[in-house]
Design a protein around this ligand. Structure first.
Ligand code: NI
Ligand code: MN
Length: 230
């Protein structure tokens, strides 16, 4: 079985296997790095890491159009449901939720979580990461987070791929992401959450050199809109 992973820029990814698609944090409209339109994306399942607008993005519109099931931490799931999405599953840290073709296990993430809905700030809940089993692979999406030592436990999930933020400022930066890669021992590392906005400008090729010098992992640097089959 092969798994195709597509980066839409920032923290927005798609996973495709056997004709089934999972979107993660589909921030497309207003994403300066996105090369596609939200209205062109297929989805069976949408996984959210937290409520920030640069992660929830187009979730409600895509879910309404496609009928995709949205999986998020409990309070954010309730908010998404309140916006008229019919198929929503709320989970929480440590829990595994099954979906069409796979599953996800919520991990902790050190970050904050809020959603600006016009003038209102709503739907906090807690941020999370996801350990996704799909397409014959195990993929860790760290979400927005700092470095934390419990990544040693996440390594016990035997990761094929770890998707890590490297932008700094709002999340860990490249030096801490190298430390994360050392703990996670994934086959491949994919950096994200960089070069979308000025405060998170980073050099992913330097990150690749640093990780590959310090670990046995291969770093896959994607361009926004590009896919890798793993
Ligand atoms: Ni965030
Ligand atoms: Mn973010």
């Amino acid at each position: 079985m092969s798994l195709t992973i597509t980066w839409y820029g920032h923290s927005a990814f798609g996973l495709e296997a056997d004709g089934t698609t999972v979107l993660i944090d589909p921030y497309i409209s207003g994403n300066p790095a996105a090369k596609t339109k939200a209205s062109s994306l297929a989805a069976n399942t949408i996984l959210l890491t937290h409520a920030h607008n640069d992660h929830v993005g187009d979730t409600v519109a895509i879910a309404k159009r496609t009928g995709a099931t949205v999986i998020a931490t409990f309070e954010l799931a309730n908010y998404v449901e309140s916006q008229g999405v019919r198929s929503v599953i709320g989970g929480n840290h440590g829990g595994t939720i099954r979906f069409d073709g796979g599953s996800t296990k919520f991990t902790p993430a050190w970050h904050t979580s809020s959603y600006a809905d016009g003038e209102d700030i709503v739907a906090p809940g807690l941020p999370a990461g996801h350990v996704v089993r799909f397409g014959g692979k195990t993929i860790y999406f760290a979400g927005d987070t700092s470095l934390f030592l419990d990544m040693q436990l996440i390594a016990e999930e035997e990761l094929d791929i770890a998707v890590l933020p490297i932008g700094d400022h709002f999340t860990m930066g490249p030096a801490d992401a190298v430390k994360a890669a050392k703990m996670l021992r994934a086959g491949a590392i994919i950096p994200c959450h960089y070069n979308t906005f000025a405060p998170i400008k980073q050099d992913p090729q330097q990150f690749k050199r640093d990780v590959e010098a310090a670990t046995a992992s291969t770093v896959v640097v994607l361009e926004p809109g590009a896919s890798a089959t793993l």
